[in-house]
Design a protein around this ligand. Structure first.
Ligand code: NAD
Length: 480
C-alpha cells in the first residue's frame, strides 16, 4: 500500500495571484511555496498566490512538467523519523518562457502583482568576481541595455515592468531575492539600478528611491532531482518527473520592507527583523563554513555522502573542534538565538542520512565559497589574537584537494569554475605553500600573516607526507 499524500487544504480556485517568482527551481518549491501553502491552509492571504516564471530556455521543461500537473509541486520531506509527501498548491500558473519575455513583463506590470521574487542562483546576479560589485559589462547586461523592451535577463524584465507601471501610475512591486547571497536585497538593487543606469540615469534614480529590495536569509537543504527522487515520488503513487526532496528543517528571516504590502508570513514561522545580517553571518560562518570543513577531508578520503562524512569520527571531531574554538566564539549575538544550540542543530541536519547530499556538491566552487565562508572566520580569529590553527588546516585540506587526486590516488574530476588555475597552484604549493596563499582575491592580506602562513605550510606538508587521517589525528591531539 502506498503512503498517503497530503493535498492542499484549501480551495485553489479561490486563490488570486500576488507574486511573480522568477527561477522556478527546486529550492523555491521546497521553501517559499511551502510557506505560502501553509498560509493559505489557514484561510488567509489568498490573494498572494504565485505565478511561476523563468527567463532561461531550460525553464520551459519545468513549465511543461508543472503545467501537465496543474502546477502542483510534489515536496517530499526527508525526516529520518518518517518521510512525508505533500502536493503544494500555492502556484497558480507558469508564464510562457519566451525570447523577449513579453508575457512575464505583462504579468509583472499588472497592479495585482505586489512582489516579484527570485531564485536565479548566486551566479545569476552579474557580480564581478574581482570587485564584488555589479558588472555593467557582462554581455547579457549589455544586450538588455541595448534592447530594453526585449530583455533576456530577469533584471531586464523587472525593469521593463517597472517602467510600464511608472508610465501607468501604478506603484512599484517589491523585489525580493531568495538567493543565498550576503545582502541579497542590496545585490539585487545594484543589479536592477545598475542596468537602469545604462538605459536612463533618471530611471536608475527612480528605482533607487522608489523600489524596495528587502534583504533575507533563506535556509533548507534541497538536493537536485534525479532517479532516486523520482523513485521516492513513485513510492507515494505519484508519476511526477519533477518532484522535490528536502530536509524537514526550514528557516526564512526577512526585513519588513514591503511598501506594496506582503502576506502575513509571520503566521507560518517567518521571522521579520531589522537584524537579517546577524542571522546571515551566523549561517554563513557556522552552516556554510561547516559544510566547507567536512567537504574536502571527505573528498580526500573518497567518502561519497555528507552523512557518511559526519559518521567518520575524525571528520566529525574536526568539525567540532574548529567550530567551537575558532568560529563560534567570533559570531556576534543573534536575536532570540542560542548559537550553541544552532550549531547542535546543524550537526544533526548534516547527519541526516535521508537527504543523501553529496560531498562532491559541497566541494564545488571553493574559489567562490572559501572567501565567503572560511576566510572571514580566519580574520576574526587572528584579530582576537588566538590564532587560527584549525582554519589553517581547513585551508590546507582544500588546497590539497585541488591538486586533483585523493589520498588513494583516485582522480578528482574538475570541481570549480577556476579548476585549472587552482590545480596548477595546488601542485606548485606542495613544495612552496606560499604560492597558494598568494591568491589575493581569496586570502587578501592573510598571505602576509606569518603565523597563519606557517600553520598553513605545516599542515600542507603533513597532508602530502602523511595523508589526511594522520594529519587530522595530530590536529585533534593538540590542546586548545
Ligand atoms: P535549481 O538548479 O533547481 O534551479 C535554479 C533556477 O535558477 C532555475 O530555474 C534556473 O533556470 C534559474 N537560473 C539559473 N541561472 C540563472 C540566471 N543566470 N538567470 C536567471 N535564472 C537563472 O537550483 P535550486 O536548488 O532551486 O537553487 C537555486 C538557488 O536557491 C541557489 O543558487 C541558492 O541561491 C538558493 N538556495 C538553494 C538551497 C538548496 O539547498 N538547493 C538552499 C538555500 C538557498
Amino acid at each position: 500500500m502506498t503512503a498517503s499524500v497530503h493535498l492542499p487544504a484549501y480551495d485553489r480556485s479561490a486563490l488570486r495571484p500576488g507574486i511573480v517568482h522568477i527561477g522556478l527551481g527546486n529550492f523555491h518549491r521546497a521553501h517559499m511555496a511551502v510557506y505560502l501553502d501553509d498560509l493559505f491552509a489557514l484561510g488567509v492571504a489568498q490573494d498572494w498566490a504565485i505565478l511561476g516564471a523563468g527567463v532561461r530556455e531550460g525553464d520551459a521543461r519545468m513549465r511543461d512538467a508543472l503545467k501537465a500537473q496543474d502546477c502542483l509541486s510534489t515536496v517530499i520531506e526527508l525526516d529520518p523519523a518518517g518521510i512525508t509527501c505533500r502536493r503544494i498548491g500555492a502556484m497558480l500558473d507558469f508564464l510562457p518562457v519566451e525570447p523577449g519575455n513579453a508575457s512575464l513583463i505583462a504579468a509583472m506590470a499588472d497592479p495585482g502583482i505586489r512582489i516579484v521574487s527570485l531564485t536565479v542562483t548566486e551566479g545569476g546576479y552579474f557580480i564581478n568576481a574581482a570587485t564584488g560589485a555589479f558588472d555593467p559589462d557582462a554581455p547579457e547586461i549589455r544586450a538588455d541595455a541595448a534592447a530594453p523592451d526585449q530583455p533576456g535577463t530577469a533584471f531586464g524584465a523587472i525593469l521593463a515592468a517597472l517602467r510600464a507601471r511608472r508610465a501607468a501610475g501604478i506603484a512599484p512591486f517589491t523585489v525580493m531575492s531568495c538567493d543565498n547571497l550576503p545582502g541579497n536585497g542590496h545585490v539585487t538593487r545594484a543589479a536592477v539600478a545598475g542596468l537602469a543606469r545604462l538605459i536612463d540615469p533618471a530611471l536608475a534614480d527612480w528605482v533607487e528611491t522608489h523600489v524596495a529590495f528587502p534583504n533575507g536569509m533563506v535556509d533548507r537543504i534541497t538536493p537536485a532531482t534525479g532517479p532516486r527522487e523520482r523513485a521516492m515520488a513513485a513510492e507515494f503513487g505519484l508519476d511526477d518527473p519533477v518532484p522535490v526532496t528536502c530536509e524537514p528543517f526550514r528557516q526564512w528571516v526577512l526585513e519588513d520592507y514591503f511598501p506594496a504590502g506582503r502576506p502575513p508570513l509571520e503566521q507560518v514561522g517567518v521571522t521579520f527583523t531589522p537584524h537579517v545580517h546577524a542571522y546571515e553571518l551566523m549561517k554563513l560562518r557556522i552552516l556554510n563554513g561547516g559544510h566547507a570543513i567536512i567537504a574536502y577531508p571527505g573528498g580526500l578520503m573518497d567518502i561519497e555522502y555528507v552523512h557518511e562524512a559526519m559518521a567518520h569520527p575524525l571528520i566529525s571531531a574536526l568539525l567540532d573542534k574548529v567550530e567551537r574554538e575558532e568560529i563560534i566564539p567570533y559570531v556576534p549575538p543573534v536575536p532570540e538565538t542560542d548559537i550553541a544550540a544552532y550549531y547542535d542543530l546543524i550537526r544533526s541536519r548534516f547527519s541526516n542520512p535521508e537527504v543523501a547530499d553529496t560531498e562532491r556538491r559541497l566541494c564545488l566552487d571553493g574559489s567562490n565559497r572559501q572567501p565567503k565562508f572560511i576566510v572571514p572566520s580566519v580574520r576574526d580569529a587572528l584579530a582576537a589574537g588566538r590564532g587560527a590553527r584549525g582554519l589553517a588546516l581547513v585551508s590546507a585540506i582544500w588546497c590539497r584537494y585541488c591538486a586533483g587526486t585523493s589520498d588513494s590516488g583516485t582522480l578528482i574530476a574538475p570541481n570549480d569554475p577556476n579548476w585549472d588555475a587552482l590545480q596548477a597552484l595546488a601542485r606548485a604549493a606542495r613544495s612552496d605553500p606560499q604560492v597558494w596563499l598568494g591568491q589575493r582575491q581569496i586570502y587578501g592580506e592573510l598571505a602576509d600573516h606569518p603565523g597563519f602562513a606557517a600553520d598553513f605550510a605545516h599542515w600542507l606538508f603533513s597532508l602530502w607526507a602523511q595523508g589526511t587521517e594522520t594529519t587530522l589525528r595530530s590536529y585533534l591531539a593538540e590542546s586548545a
